[in-house]
Ligand binder design. Structure first.
Ligand code: HMG
Length: 431
């Protein structure tokens, strides 16, 4: 039992980049069938940073509204999870600390283990608040997912940040104490210190992800965690939303439970806003990929149990992979689109290549729906400026060397920007 104090996520915000690449444009330029991305990967678009954006600017943009709402009193720790950090030594959170004028009486550190590390940060934050219930911890997950041009991973790129405030008596989610863990040394995906793009063995990464799910789920049961029937919604790390579907099929196989495996089918271009339907509409109105799921029309009455696979993948299919932030972007999508979550238990599966898997659970606090950010997230996704494929490829290829002083052009419409490099150090400013 957790004792008398409930601890968890009190506030959450999602931010993304200035630009977007539409996978229909990408498909056209590559001569690929667009359904390969929409249905095969479950992705419509990916966010792409402007030259004056990076993990710091997205992180600050995500955390700023949280600090505006509830101030910085009691925040003595910032944990910044990323695998696309900007320095080998200094924590990226230091720049966020400065941009947000946070108090100097704080510890600020960076945490790394591929896409998993935000979950480690969240659990560490719960530990700190358990010890000192008057304190609050700012956890930020921020990443830019970059693969080599013309590689299979390229359409699964993306960018995004999720900031979460962890406190006692949280307004959104109470994190439960039992969790299932799995670590295994595997070379499925990594990024050497001298490379700006990840190296990935795609097929191995998919099986390593599913093996970690098996291991974490088995450990959750061994630790006395809830049975699948006691979990109302399930969220997965989403490198692409079809992966969440694969994971759901896998969990259904592991548990013998009939779980819904439909993700929402893509909608194109300007109509992409329709990929954020109202709460009740998320399932019924949206076209689903029944061609690949093999589901029947009467599944609503008699079919598999709906654990929100479709609802929790709405943002991610427009963001692309946001690595550490991806699972929590899925959480934002769920909280913003499901109005029947009060008191419900959510299972969360976090995966980071390399690899670590963790399956943990949380209870949704009644009243959570008063804190929905659906409108602002949808506006931010819709406001992204599309890049032509030529412009995207030129931006992708542009790399800054720390050896040269540079002033970046002002492009982003976001609240913070990367101003340039001076004396090898990166500088940031309010936009
Ligand atoms: P690929 O070459 O696109 O694979 O690479 P594919 O040719 O097998 O196609 C993918 C799917 O599209 C297949 O469906 C095809 O049938 C389907 P599936 O068999 O998977 O169900 N398809 C179509 N469907 C409809 N209409 C069509 C059509 N054509 C094909 N016309 C791969 C896919 C995932 C390997 C690649 O994108 C990649 O390397 N991605 C990066 C790695 C990755 O995301 N791995 C996921 C697990 S590891 C992880 O999650 C960790 C990570 O986030 C990093 C971290 O932890 O830091 C990546």
């Amino acid at each position: 039992a957790a004792g008398t104090v409930s601890i968890g996520i009190d506030d959450i915000e999602l931010a993304t980049s200035h630009h977007v690449v539409r996978l229909d444009d990408f498909a056209e330029a590559n001569g690929t069938d667009p359904n390969k991305f929409r249905l095969g990967l479950g992705q419509d678009e990916f966010s792409f940073p402007a030259p004056d954006e990076d993990v710091v600017t997205m992180a600050a943009a995500a955390a700023a509204p949280i600090i505006q709402r509830s101030g910085s009193d009691g925040i003595r720790t910032m944990l910044f999870a990323t695998e696309s950090g900007i320095d080998q030594s200094k924590a990226a959170g230091m720049a966020v600390h400065s941009l947000l004028d946070l108090p100097s009486q704080m510890r600020v550190v960076e945490v790394k283990e591929a896409c998993y590390s935000a979950t480690a940060a969240l659990q560490a934050a719960v530990g700190i608040v358990t010890r000192s219930p008057g304190q609050r911890v700012l956890v930020i997950a921020s990443d830019v997912a970059r693969y080599a041009l013309d590689s299979p991973g390229e359409p699964t790129q993306g960018a995004g940040a999720v900031a979460m405030l962890v406190s006692a008596d949280p307004k959104l989610l109470e994190i439960e104490p039992v969790s299932g863990l799995n670590s295994a040394d595997v070379d499925d995906f990594w990024r050497p210190n001298d490379s700006t793009t990840a190296i990935v063995d795609g097929a191995l990464s998919v099986t390593a992800y599913l093996d970690a799910l098996t291991g974490a789920w088995t450990d959750l049961a061994a630790q006395g965690g809830p049975a699948i029937a006691e979990i109302d919604r399930v969220l997965y790390h989403q490198p692409f939303t079809k992966m969440a579907k694969k994971a759901q099929v896998h969990l259904a196989g592991l548990t013998g439970e009939d779980l819904d495996t439909e993700i929402v089918a893509g909608v194109s271009g300007a109509g992409a806003a329709a990929a954020s339907p109202g709460p009740a509409a998320a399932h019924s109105a949206a076209a689903t990929d029944s061609a690949t799921a093999g589901a029947s029309d009467n599944s609503v009455a008699t079919g598999p149990r709906d654990t929100a696979l479709a609802t929790s993948t709405l943002y991610n299919r427009r963001l692309g992979n946001s690595y550490t932030a991806s699972l929590y972007a899925g959480l934002c999508s769920l909280l913003d689109h499901d109005d029947d979550l009060a008191g419900k238990r959510i299972g969360l599966f976090s995966y980071g290549s390399g690899s670590v898997g963790e399956f943990f659970t949380a209870r949704v606090v009644p009243g959570y729906e008063q804190h929905s950010h659906r409108q602002s997230v949808t506006e931010a996704l819709d406001a992204r400026v599309p890049l032509s494929i030529d412009a995207y490829r030129a931006l992708h290829a542009a790399e800054l060397s720390s050896a040269e002083d540079v002033t970046t052009p002002k492009v982003t419409a976001g609240p913070f920007r990367f101003a340039g490099i001076r004396g090898g150090a990166r500088h940031y400013e309010r936009a």
